[in-house]
Ligand binder design. Structure first.
Ligand code: DC
Length: 641
């Protein structure tokens, strides 16, 4: 189980893992080539390890050299002899090696985990049969395991149903240069995820094969094998989705790469979609930089046929967009690592999102978002996408977080490296319930709590104890410079002594309001407050007078509490255990403090432009807490008053 810390605006750079789809394609092509290849910046993950282990079992030597893979090519033979391979949960390994083993001398059984045994492979087996191969399906209903007898690939013409998975077409294409003769592959429409086929052709051609489209549904491949080479693997565009969506929904800026211009990776299609939702995107060399504007994130309607892997991250982004997002032409989501359509919708609903599914579409809207424990259904893309949701919704937990290792073992470290502590700024005059509300919200979201008034009160106490004239700004400033103040577990420690219990007297209250108007005092204490939230890095509710306007102006969740003066005076009298007779005096004190705090030259008390302003006069405290908590979860989507 992994609890996700909510984040303020993100900031930083993410070096992407190597592309999974390019790594596994290059691995197979290099294994079939003549000579030794180096795959630079390859991905090390469950899926690529499944391919590497399977190739090794077939008799092809593959080894790591830092981030590179060294592949000893088999010159079109892929080893020899009878064996079995376990592709575990890797779809590309299952499909690519089922096809590739048709040129191998021997019998190979290709099997995988429970989920793999539910993923269809019959369309591929039939097309291979038309090209002379002998492949038996051993599982039920066209599903693995399969047994491949070789060598038997003659080439020729075949028709392939490409409506379920582009991996079938890629599998046939990649083995085709090693067939006895040329191959013509006719794809029966509709063709899903066509960009992946283009990516396959690009890798094949890089290793010297002649392979191309010959019409909208026809592909031709010349026999002739592959030549080894050094090959640079791009960053994984599917992985880029998570940091990019994080910036789109949390705000801030993130840089991801390497994603070279002109890259054919299908999931780069997510970037223009995020732009249409309102994010700003620009390129610098091989890097993509996204600046998010969560307050104005807009819903979109998109055909996702070309970028199905980006759907999960996009559906999470849609939770935070204004309006209904419609993602269409995604029927094949139902046969991915999980039944991604229904599982995704179910987990979105757990977070309070509105999600409706159709045979080939998904509609998502925000709704009343709330924390939840997410079951990724053993699907790395679900785990990574919902971790991003947890940056915006405090309290999200991800079950089985290790499943991200399928494609990105370093995902959580990368995500943490771009997050910033979530600061909730609560400002307002005295007696509005700031402390009660801040403490409750901090408790609910597992955040720290800092009451900055205590720091000013400690400063005032020191001035009073030293007998300094508060009007003597130079003397007050000099004293503050020698003072140490800290807040630990809600207790105020001044010069090493816990002074919490003597800070709430009327004398200290009045003095603190005056002391806090001295610029040097504010400078020193604001610096202390900013330092205070850093050490644990886990975010905090910070309350005071100038938190949203001066101390943490980048806070994505600013709240300004007010109440009528008579109500505040009654609350103060109750807090201090005074009698009703004291109400007029306390009311006058509060009024004088308000006047001073709001009219002083430096950091006067006022709401930030983007603050939620709440008049708590007639609201029960529980309702105030709930309203603030909801605002924090909805920050950006919530209209401010
Ligand atoms: O919140 P409080 O009543 O404990 O604050 C005491 C005084 O400190 C208040 O009158 C104004 C000042 N203060 C401030 O100027 N800025 C803050 N962030 C917090 C308190």
């Amino acid at each position: 189980m992994k609890r996700i810390s909510p984040s303020g605006p993100v900031a930083g750079t993410v070096r992407l893992p190597g592309s999974k789809s390019i790594t596994n394609r290059a691995l197979l092509v290099a294994a079939l080539a003549s000579g030794e290849s180096r795959l630079v910046g390859a991905l090390r993950s469950d899926d690529t390890e499944a391919m590497i282990d399977s190739l090794s079992r077939l008799g092809v030597a593959v080894s790591w050299d830092g981030y590179d893979l060294i592949v000893a090519g088999s010159d079109g033979s892929l080893g020899a002899g009878d064996t079995e391979i376990d592709v575990r949960g890797s779809g590309t390994t299952a499909r690519f090696l089922t096809a590739a083993c048709t040129v191998r001398d021997g019998t190979v059984v290709v099997d995988g985990n429970r989920r793999m045994r539910q993923r269809p492979i019959g369309d591929l087996v039939r097309a291979l049969g038309e090209l002379g191969a002998a492949v038996e399906v051993l599982g039920e209903e066209d599903r693995p395991p399969v047994r491949v007898h070789g060598p038997a690939l003659t080439g020729g013409a075949a028709i392939l149903d490409a409506s379920r998975s582009s991996q079938f077409a890629s599998a046939v294409l990649m083995v085709a240069p090693c067939a006895d003769g040329d191959t013509v592959l006719e794809l029966r429409e509709p063709i899903v995820s066509r960009p992946y086929i283009d990516q396959t052709l690009e890798v094949m051609r890089a290793f010297g094969a002649e392979a191309a489209w010959d019409g909208p549904t026809t592909l031709t491949v010349a026999a002739g094998g592959y030549a080894a080479r050094d090959f640079i693997i791009e960053g994984d565009a599917s992985a880029a989705a998570y940091p990019l969506v994080a910036a789109a929904v949390c705000g801030g800026s993130v840089r991801v790469g390497p994603l070279p211009e002109g890259s054919l990776q299908a999931d780069l299609g997510l970037i223009p979609i995020l732009e249409r939702m309102g994010a700003e995107v620009r390129r610098e060399g091989d890097d993509v930089i996204l600046n998010g504007h969560p307050q104005t994130l807009a819903a979109v309607s998109e055909n996702m046929n070309d970028a199905p892997d980006a759907v999960v991250a996009l559906a999470v982004a849609a939770l935070f967009a204004g309006g209904e997002t419609r993602l269409t032409d995604i029927a094949n989501l139902r046969i991915k690592e999980s039944n991604r359509m229904e599982d995704l919708a179910m987990e979105l609903r757990k977070l309070g999102g509105i999600a409706a599914t159709g045979p080939d579409f998904l509609v998502v809207e925000g709704g009343e978002l709330r924390a939840a424990t997410i079951d990724p259904h053993d699907d790395h893309r679900m785990a990574m996408s919902f971790a991003v949701a947890g940056l915006r919704i405090p309290g999200v937990e991800i079950e089985d977080p290790e499943c991200v290792a399928k494609t990105w073992p370093g995902f959580f470290a990368a995500l943490e490296s771009i997050t910033t502590p979530l600061i909730i700024a609560v400002d307002g005059p005295g007696g509005v319930g700031k402390s009660t509300v801040s403490q409750a919200v901090a408790g609910r979201f597992g955040l720290g709590h800092l009451e900055t008034g205590g720091m000013y009160r400690a400063g005032a106490l020191a001035v009073l104890e030293a007998g300094i004239d508060i009007g003597d700004e130079a003397a007050v400033a000099a004293l503050i410079d020698t003072l140490t103040v800290d807040v630990v577990d809600g207790r105020v420690i001044m010069n090493g002594t816990d002074v919490t219990d003597v800070l709430r007297t009327e004398a200290v209250s009045t003095a603190s309001s005056r002391v806090s108007a001295v610029p040097r005092v504010r400078e020193a204490l604001v610096a202390l407050q900013r330092r205070w939230v850093r050490p644990d890095g886990g975010g905090a509710v910070v309350e005071g007078r100038d938190i949203g306007t001066v101390v943490f102006p980048d806070s994505p969740a600013k709240v300004y509490l007010t109440a009528r003066p008579d109500v505040r005076a009654i609350r103060r009298v109750r807090d201090l255990g005074l009698s009703e007779d004291d109400i007029p005096r306390i009311a006058a004190d509060l009024a004088a403090r308000d006047e001073r705090d709001s009219t002083r030259a430096v950091s006067p008390l006022r709401p930030a432009d983007d603050a939620l302003i709440l008049d708590t006069s007639d609201m029960p405290i529980e309702q105030v807490i709930d309203t603030v908590a909801r605002f924090v979860i909805d920050r950006g989507r919530h209209p401010t008053t």
